[in-house]
Design a binder for this molecule. Structure first.
Ligand SMILES: Nc1ncnc2c1ncn2[C@@H]1O[C@H](COP(=O)(O)OP(=O)(O)OP(=O)(O)O)[C@@H](O)[C@H]1O
Ligand SMILES: [Mg+2]
Length: 242
């Protein structure tokens, strides 16, 4: 059987010593697939991303990437491991130009191959970034900043991408472009962990899904368990009468 790219084993994590936000979470992400994580506001989805990325250390359990523990890794080292994160909040440098935001991660990594071509590609894909490439990133609109986050990932071509609420603040057309883009990421072999409040879209594009409720995985299964006859919990959130 194929090994997962990422696996969380019995992870308990939180911000305060005596309060656990995530409790005994087990989760896997495979290469070339979108894995969806859905849950109500405050369920702990972003906390899970922060725990994977090293902003929070698991109190119990471990996070493995390609079979190796990430527990001792610092957040800034993740890019070197082939892991990118598009957080719910911005990861941009607001006072640096669009171009510098795009190129900073590759310029500081001498071994990165083929980035020049990918840089040209993203400027074609996101004309607004091309137009505003000399402007400070902080001067872009929220939606434009999201496009910049995606453009950065495209240039880096990581093996694993963690994406937290990508469609927030985007017009429906750009949001859809971003979802199509994420699918493209996986066609190139990337593994994606996707969180988004557009539950239907997450279900539609994920091969496997996890439901997080009050910090615990309350349901999980392949897409077939969530499409058509949507999972009961999801139906309830979407306000579907049955
Ligand atoms: N920096 C923090 N310090 C203390 N508690 C926090 C912090 N960030 C989040 N929490 C708490 O952790 C819990 C989970 O929050 P989290 O942001 O992970 O939820 P979420 O599922 O991502 O929600 P949303 O859908 O609203 O983004 C909440 O109770 C929240 O109040
Ligand atoms: Mg969140």
């Amino acid at each position: 059987m194929t090994e997962p790219l990422l696996s969380l084993k019995n992870v308990t994590s939180g911000y305060a010593k005596d309060i656990d936000v995530l409790v005994d979470v087990n989760l896997e992400v495979f290469a070339g697939q979108v894995t969806g994580l859905i849950g109500l506001n405050g369920a702990g989805k972003s906390t899970l991303i922060k725990t994977i990325c090293g902003f929070l250390k698991p109190k119990i359990g471990e996070v493995f990437y390609r079979g190796k523990s990430l527990n001792a890794i610092q957040a800034h080292e993740l890019i070197d491991y082939g892991i990118s994160c598009i957080p719910q909040e911005s990861s941009l440098f607001p006072f640096l130009s669009v171009q510098d935001n795009l190129l900073l991660p590759v310029r500081s990594r001498k071994s990165m191959q083929g980035w020049q071509q990918r840089y040209e590609e993203v400027l074609e894909l996101f004309p607004i970034l091309k137009l505003k490439r000399n402007q400070a990133a902080g001067e872009l609109s929220g939606g434009q900043q999201k496009q910049l986050e995606f453009a950065k990932v495209w240039i880096l071509q990581p093996q694993l991408c963690l994406v937290d609420e990508p469609s927030i603040g985007l017009s429906p057309k750009i949001a859809e472009e971003i979802f199509i883009w994420l699918e493209k990421f996986t066609q190139n072999g990337m593994g994606v962990l996707l969180i988004d409040h557009n539950v239907r879209r997450v279900v539609q594009m994920s091969q496997f899904l996890y439901v997080l409720s009050l910090g615990k995985i309350s349901a999980s299964g392949p897409q077939s368990q969530f499409t058509g006859d949507l999972h009961e919990q999801v139906k309830e959130w979407l306000g579907i009468n049955f």
